[in-house]
Ligand binder design. Structure first.
Ligand SMILES: Nc1ncnc2c1ncn2[C@@H]1O[C@H](COP(=O)(O)OP(=O)(O)OP(=O)(O)O)[C@@H](O)[C@H]1O
Ligand SMILES: [Mg+2]
Length: 490
């Protein structure tokens, strides 16, 4: 039975109206307080009590603007509102919540300000989401920036690396300058690695992919895992042998494993328990890493939300562990399986696609050692390096500085055997031009050269007849090898 707010009403209709109003007041999700001319609470709803962490009954008679901590008293515009007779809204922190509070004057029929209404809202989550959104926008911007820089940078590095390696070729074995030039090549290789990392961080180059075997990875991570697990937890390993390799970022997969084990250990808590780490393969197409614990387990309501950022049931948790794992698995085109019930422990399984062996390319009809090669790049430096590296090997070199020129040349010159095609160029880029280039001559081979992540690029061109990829920056040796392999149909 709702409390009667208007004790003096006597008709049924009026009583029902009062009840309606009372129910509405109580149902509002925002905290609401009606205060008198001195700011003392006459009425408040349970949402306000919840926000303040105090029983509802205890609030009546309290001065509302003094309830939000001494540091906020002066922020709350109670008197200014009485004076101006206008609503005012403020925001402040209270008990690590982000609070939005507005005060509205109550003006009686006779035009006197008799008090005010407070509406108080916890906007912590909204602010967090805004923050997340800003973060992701920032990443987007950094990504675009990094990708742009990396493109120019890789062209410069191609010139540095290419020239140094060409000069090395011309020097006699014992020449004292060799050492200097070796250093130049090494340093530019490191600079190239740095560009890659920048791209990985920005999310544009994805990550550092390498061939990995998950059992070896788990073994290498064992020390880290043991360090994080308390003595009472029995850590066991059941690791499959001779598993097919996966293509993955070592650190990210390690991080995922550690996050899962940490959760498992935390689910066991103070008690003793077992955490089992398994690896194996499934259907010959996937490899898995599994973490099993006999801890507290999860009910379905928790299980549904575990991958949400900031979802946690722990006092000190941030709720980011599993969101990170989910992000990493997305980046690896993998998937996650979760099995758990309250009190029954949990099983988390990470599945990774195995590396598919590259399909055998059709053998070359003519095995040519020397060829006519069209080098398509907007950077003169890069074109010159290609000429300097390839001409001494007997190749005939033609140049084009964008996709449109390239199309024109292959259409009128049937002698061209191979096109080395850059992706980003003014007027027309490589991706736009490739179909017409390939259509001009069915025997033509195309090598795509790119400053971006090679795997990304090869995925983008998966449907096209591309003879090879060459990651910028490259040495003269890498270039000639790519050309040789493409001509040999490897
Ligand atoms: N092995 C597990 N057993 C029981 N519950 C789990 C297990 N793993 C995760 N959970 C549940 O999923 C929630 C989210 O996990 P997640 O790792 O994302 O965050 P967290 O562990 O709470 O905090 P953080 O990892 O950021 O320190 C946990 O709070 C817990 O309720
Ligand atoms: Mg965690």
């Amino acid at each position: 039975v709702a409390k009667v707010i208007f004790p003096n009403v006597d008709s049924d209709e009026a009583r029902n109206l009062a009840l309606e109003w009372e129910t509405t007041f109580a149902a509002i999700h925002d905290g609401v307080a009606v205060v008198d001319g001195e700011g003392k609470i006459r009425r408040s709803n349970s949402s306000l009590a919840l926000l303040l962490g105090r029983p509802l009954d205890a609030l009546t008679g309290e001065v509302c603007h003094k309830l939000w901590g001494s540091s906020n008293v002066d922020r709350i515009p109670f008197y200014p509102v009485l004076e101006s007779r206008r609503r005012q809204t403020v925001e402040f922190e209270y008990q690590s919540k982000h609070i939005q509070l507005s005060v509205d004057p109550i003006v009686t029929n006779s035009g006197v300000v008799s008090g005010a209404v407070y509406i108080v809202r916890d906007i912590t989550e909204t602010r967090q989401l805004e923050e997340q959104f800003r973060e992701s926008q920032k990443f987007e911007t950094i990504g675009t920036l990094a990708a742009g820089v990396a493109h120019d940078y890789n062209n410069l590095l191609t010139s540095i690396m290419g020239n140094a390696s060409l000069a090395l070729n011309d020097l006699p074995e014992q020449h004292p300058i060799r050492e200097r030039l070796d250093d130049v090549v090494r340093a530019s290789q490191r600079a190239a690695d740095l560009t890659k990392q920048l791209l990985a961080y920005s999310g544009k180059g994805r990550h550092y992919l390498q061939k990995l075997e998950v059992t070896a990875l788990v073994r290498d991570t064992e020390k880290l895992i043991r360090a994080g697990a308390p003595k009472l937890v029995d850590l066991r390993f059941e690791l499959g042998s001779a598993l097919p390799p996966i293509e993955a970022d070592l650190h990210q997969v390690q991080q995922s494993l550690i996050n899962l084990v940490t959760n498992a250990v935390e689910a066991i808590g103070e008690a003793s328990g077992t955490v089992l780490i398994r690896t194996g393969k499934q259907d010959g197409r996937e490899v898995f890493i599994e973490v099993v614990d006999d801890g507290c387990g999860m009910d379905s309501a928790v299980r549904e939300r575990i991958f949400d950022p900031f979802f946690t049931t722990k006092f000190t948790g941030r709720g980011l562990g599993l969101s990170a794992v989910a992000g990493i698995m997305r980046g690896h085109r993998g998937r996650i399986e979760v099995n758990s019930a309250s009190g029954q422990g949990s099983t988390f399984r990470l599945f990774f696609p195995c590396v598919v062996p590259a399909p055998a390319r059709e053998p070359a009809e003519v095995l040519r050692e020397t060829a006519t090669i069209l080098v398509v790049d907007d950077e003169d430096m890069v074109r010159r390096i290609a000429r300097a590296a390839l001409e001494p090997r007997g190749h005939k070199i033609l140049m084009a500085s964008n996709g449109r020129e390239a199309i024109r040349q292959v259409q009128k010159n049937r002698q061209i055997d191979l096109v080395l095609l850059d992706l980003i160029m003014p007027v027309m880029g490589g991706e736009e031009a490739i179909d017409e280039i390939l259509a001009a001559n069915p025997n033509l081979r195309v090598i795509v050269s790119t400053g971006y992540d090679e795997r990304e690029t090869s995925l983008r061109f998966a449907q096209k007849r591309v003879a090879g990829f060459l990651q910028k920056p490259y040495t003269a040796r890498q270039l000639t090898e790519a050309i040789r392999a493409a001509l040999a149909g490897e």
